[in-house]
Structure formats: C-alpha cells, structure tokens
Design a binder for this molecule. Structure first.
Ligand code: ARG
Length: 484
C-alpha cells in the first residue's frame, strides 16, 4: 500500500505517502465495485440525457462501465491497488481504457460523498434482500417441522427448571416466531433504504441541471433522498441492517443454546447425527454441537458491529465526515456473517433429532402438570385459584416426602388435601392432555393457528423482498435506457 496514486482528490503532491496509504479504504471498499460501476453507469446515462455529457462520450463510458460490471459479476474484474478508494480506482481504470478526457466527464455533478452513500445503500439493499430470503427459507423450514413434530412431548423451561408440558412443535414454533420478527426488521431495512442518494453531491446538490429522479429510477429506488446535506452523512440504513442482522443472529444464538443444552447427556432431548456432530481430538467418545456453538459465538460479532456503527455516527456533525469511511468494516462484515449463520442453522437442523422417549420421560412424574391440576380444580370444581394452588402445592410436597410421583397418588390420598380432587381432575396430570388443553391464543394446544400466522407472515415478507430488484438485474435496466 505504499504507492497510492496522488490525485487532486487525495490532496495532490503535498500529501505524505505514508498517510495516503494509511488513509486508503480500497482494501475494504473494493467489495463495492459492482455497486459503484452500476451507479456510474446510471449517472452517465442521466448526464447524457440532460445534455451534460456528449452522446458519443456517454456511449463509450456507459459501454465500458457495463463491460467492467459484467466482468465483476463473474469475478473476472480486478481493480488495481494504488488508489485511495474504489471510486478513484474505477475512474483511474476508465481513464486507462478510454483516455483521461472522456473518463474525466463522469464525475460531473457528483462527489465521492454521494457516491459512497449510494454504493453502501445498494449494498445494504442487495444484502438485506438476500438475507431476508434466507431468513424466510429457514422460517418456513422451522414452521413445517413444527407441524410435523407437534406430537413429541417436551417440557418447557422457566429459570432453566422444568416448568410445563409442551411439544417439540411448540418449541420449533417459538424459534420460528422469534426469527419472523428479525425477518420483519430486514424487510423494514429494505423499505427504509429505498431512497437514492445520487445527486446530493458533496453536501448541497448541484447547480447543473441533473435529473435525480431518472438516476433513482435506473437504480431501482422509488425516489431520490430528500435533503442533500442529510444524505451525505446519513448511515441510518447501515444501522438498520446491522440491527436487523444482530436481531436475527440473537434468535439463532438462542436456538443454538437450546440445541446445545438439549444435546447434553444431562438433558438427552436431542441426538445429533454424524452430519453435524464434531469430534474431539482427544476424547474418543465426544459428539460435540460445534455448529451451534459457532453460530452462538459469531452472533457476538453482529452485536459488536451495531455498537461500532452507533459509536461511529454518534457525535459527528451534520454533513460528510471522513470518519464515515470506518463504516466499511462493520457493515461489510454483516451480510456474510448473517448469511453464513442462517445457512449453517438451516443445514444443521435436519441432523438434530428429538428423542421422544427421553422428552416424555421428563414429564412422566407429573410434577410439571401441577398447574394443570390446579386449573382443573378451578375449571371443573369452581375452586378459587389460590386455594387450588395451595392444595396442589401441599399434594406435591406430600408426594415428594413419600418418595412417589404425583401421578401415582390415589384419589383418596389426594382428597386429604382438598375434597374436590377426583379421578377426572387427576386425569389432568397426563402430559399430552395438559399440553393439548392449553387452547388459549399462543398456547401449546393452539399451535396450528400459530403456524398459519407464520406462513402468512413469510408470504407477506417474501412479497416485500420480491419488489426489490436484484443488483444483477440493474445492468440490463440501465443499458436499455436511451442516452438521448
Ligand atoms: N473513501 C471515502 C469514504 O469511504 C469516500 C468519500 C471521500 N470523500 C472525501 N471527501 N474525502 O467515505
């Protein structure tokens, strides 16, 4: 990185070479080259249409930019080192191909400040779209598995203590519900990023007769941004994406912790098959849940990225500040992190198998059905809840002292603690019954409507994703636009 090109933009002859090298962002923002090339192709189309660049030059420029973009799409385009950032590197490459006087027309009515804001928005829009699609695929996977495994009994936990009888399907639906909220934030990110910064210039627009609506349309945005000064310093869209990604990863992290715990021999609720179980280099017996531990571990970086971006933006004055170049690392890290974790969880889950015998055994003694017993007294015998709660509590203690399970107690024994206990009331200790009877909205016995709601939420969010043009589709749209 010693020989960074000296341009007027970088400060010309006077700039110390070491500092020129240190301040370069090319190693990070070369990842934005496709966005940058498309933005320039749309920009030169607009410049030609409003008469700011002669048709012949615009034709050459757009053709070359789109050829470079096509090469970048296949990975066959390498930007040379030695420029300060991706914007200068593209301009230098264009100069080498078309000559400086033609290439020198491209930057009319544009600053790197609106250019980088555009590149970043296009990156966020594409990556949030892809992330949303991956999220929705996992959401559907969880939903359909929940439907298929709703018969597998499973204790639910509060305070990591066995609480009440539920099912594997109910837990899967809980994971899916959490993921759906993260997916909704990705959709929100897409809707909020839908404004085109191009034409904001350095900070206050342009005196030239540019057409911001045309560039916005060519780049697949609904409209231009509202205020040029706000636009060049605005990274809210990056924050929205980082926050949405962190939220999805927190869901995946929690899911992972459940799987990791349930795979221990202490719980024994799930078995990991050979497709995902990692071994130990020392302990021959080990089958470790490494994939889920990695997802949980990686999610911490997503939290760090949100904090980095928040801290970066906080305290900056209105307008563009070079500090903003530091958005590159946390932002560009976000999409691969999120997509990688979504893929890992989606691939791993089919290799996680509930052990229905172990999960049912955890509910067999009836203690997790104590609340159901109290509710049966309320519902069938009209006993006030607090009275029923105390009677069942006394019964539980009695069973513990006697060293027997709640379900082994006779009606006569139970009636010592409350006269309203009878055989039908004690039948509520059956875990399957207890799970099925919770038919209140959101309850274990009402999973089908939850799954229906998740399916329609997935459809609603997929429709939002479908309205966003893919990055790859923009080249054709720009190429078709008349230059005159
Ligand atoms: N490399 C810069 C960034 O990423 C581009 C904008 C630079 N603008 C400037 N006036 N120096 O933010």
């Amino acid at each position: 990185m010693s020989g960074i090109a000296r341009t007027n933009a970088t400060g010309g002859e006077g700039m110390l070479p070491e500092l020129l090298a240190w301040s370069s962002s090319l190693q990070f923002d070369r990842a934005l080259v496709r966005e940058d090339l498309l933005g320039s192709a749309a920009h030169v189309t607009m410049l030609s249409r409003v008469g700011l660049v002669p048709l012949a030059d615009a034709t050459l420029l757009r053709k070359e930019l789109l050829a470079m973009h096509a090469a970048a799409e296949t990975g066959a385009f390498a930007l040379a080192d030695g420029e300060e950032d991706v914007h200068m590197a593209v301009e230098a490459e264009l100069g080498a191909r078309l000559g400086a006087s033609v290439a020198g027309r491209l930057h009319t009515a544009r600053s790197r400040n609106d250019q980088v804001a555009l590149d970043l928005r296009m990156h966020v829009r594409e990556q949030a779209r892809l992330s949303l699609l991956a999220c929705l695929a996992l959401l559907r996977q969880l939903t359909e598995r929940a439907a298929a495994e709703h018969h597998v009994l499973l204790p639910a936990y509060t305070h990591r203590q066995r609480a009440q009888p539920t099912t594997a399907g109910f837990l899967l639906a809980a994971w899916a519900s959490s993921l759906a909220r993260g997916a909704e934030l990705l959709a929100f990110t897409l809707e909020r990023a839908d404004r085109c910064p191009l034409g904001a210039g350095a900070c206050s627009g342009s005196s030239l007769p540019i057409d911001r609506t045309l560039t916005a349309r060519l780049l697949g945005f609904s409209s231009p941004t509202v205020n040029a000064l706000d636009t060049v310093g605005d990274r809210d869209f990056a924050l929205d994406f980082a926050w949405a990604a962190a939220r999805v990863l927190l869901s995946l992290s929690r899911l992972s912790t459940d799987v990791i715990d349930y795979a221990t021999s202490e719980f024994g609720f799930v078995k990991l098959d050979g497709g995902i179980a990692a071994g130990s280099s020392m302990m021959p017996q080990k089958k470790n849940p490494d994939m889920f531990e990695l997802v949980r571990g990686e999610s911490s970086r997503a939290v760090g990225n949100v904090v980095s971006l928040l801290t970066l933006v906080k305290g900056l004055p209105t307008g563009y500040n070079r500090d903003l170049q530091e958005d590159r690392r946390p932002l560009l890290d976000t999409a691969p992190l999120l997509l990688g974790a979504l893929r890992a969880v989606s691939l791993s889950l089919p290799h996680v198998h509930f052990d229905g015998t172990r999960t049912a055994a955890a509910l067999a003694d009836g203690s997790t059905q104590a609340t159901d017993l109290a509710e049966a007294l309320v519902q069938h015998k009209g006993v006030p809840f607090r009275e029923a709660y105390k009677a069942v509590g006394a019964l539980v203690r009695h069973a513990l002292d006697a060293g027997v399970t709640l379900r082994a107690l006779s009606v006569a024994e139970a009636q010592v603690f409350h006269p309203a206990f009878d055989a039908p009331v004690l039948a509520s200790l059956d875990p399957a019954e207890a799970a099925a009877r919770k038919k209140s909205i959101g309850g274990t016995g009402a999973v089908e409507p939850q799954l229906e709601a998740l399916r329609s939420e997935a459809d609603r969010l997929a429709a939002i994703a479908a309205r966003i043009p893919s990055l790859a589709s923009l080249a054709a749209r720009i190429a078709e636009e008349p230059l005159a």
